[in-house]
Design a protein around this ligand. Structure first.
Ligand SMILES: Cc1cc2nc3c(=O)[nH]c(=O)nc-3n(C[C@H](O)[C@H](O)[C@H](O)COP(=O)(O)OP(=O)(O)OC[C@H]3O[C@@H](n4cnc5c(N)ncnc54)[C@H](O)[C@@H]3O)c2cc1C
Length: 181
């Protein structure tokens, strides 16, 4: 077995392989029992949403994810289908609205752009939304959508370019020991 063997060719397995290889790890093997993206990744909607990030670490992950997905195509030549259409997250209670205000202030300190918009502002951004009961919303211009299958293929391509071996149609049937470091 190679030094690092990963299980599963979904977005997580290919991302781990890509990041390990980018960090200079060699001799990495990814085993996928069926085909790349044949698991949950295939079903995902592909929302890249940074709302609800209540800790610095989560907010950092959200920020890093945006940067990664926007830069990956230039690196791999495979589009992730990322479309920065922004995201509205409505609040229908005063408590939710206050939580959102805290989130706006907190994430701004980390350089993330978020704004509170009124119900009328929501309609201006997305006229199809029924705003009955909506007090306000968080508007996050940097959020958007990508295509999970394309994203995974892009990560897999980047990993392969750095020497990662990805084997499809290869279920792991033995016990696995997970080692970090
Ligand atoms: C309907 C739906 C919508 C979603 N929408 C979003 C969204 O908008 N935004 C978002 O961020 N997340 C979303 N998610 C969540 C997201 O899809 C998952 O968190 C993500 O796809 C998990 O990726 P994964 O690589 O861990 O798992 P998977 O994609 O399931 O990959 C695991 C892989 O492991 C393989 N495997 C399993 N056992 C073995 C074995 N023994 N040997 C070899 N290979 C094996 C499987 O075949 C599979 O390909 C959504 C999920 C669903 C179901």
């Amino acid at each position: 077995m190679p030094a690092s063997s990963l299980l599963g060719g979904g977005v997580i397995g290919t991302s781990a392989a890509h990041h390990l290889a980018t960090a200079g790890r060699s001799d990495i093997l990814v085993l996928e029992r069926d085909r790349l993206t044949s698991g949950t990744t295939w079903h995902a909607v592909g929302l890249i949403a940074s709302s609800g990030m209540a800790t610095e670490r989560l907010a950092w992950v959200a920020k890093y994810t945006h940067e990664l997905y926007q830069g990956l195509e230039a690196e791999t030549g495979i589009s992730t289908g990322f479309r920065q259409c922004g995201r509205l997250h409505p609040a229908t209670t005063q408590a939710r609205r206050e939580a959102q205000r805290r989130e706006i202030n907190f994430t701004r300190t980390l350089g993330m752009e978020k704004h509170e918009v009124s119900a009328a502002g929501v309609v201006r951004i997305f006229p199809l939304l029924d705003t009955t009961g909506v007090l306000s919303a968080i508007w996050t211009p940097m959020d958007g959508r990508f295509k999970p299958v394309d994203e995974t293929m892009s990560l897999a391509t980047g990993a392969r370019k750095r020497g990662v071996r990805i084997v499809e149609g290869c279920p792991l049937t033995a016990e696995v020991v997970v080692m970090a470091g």
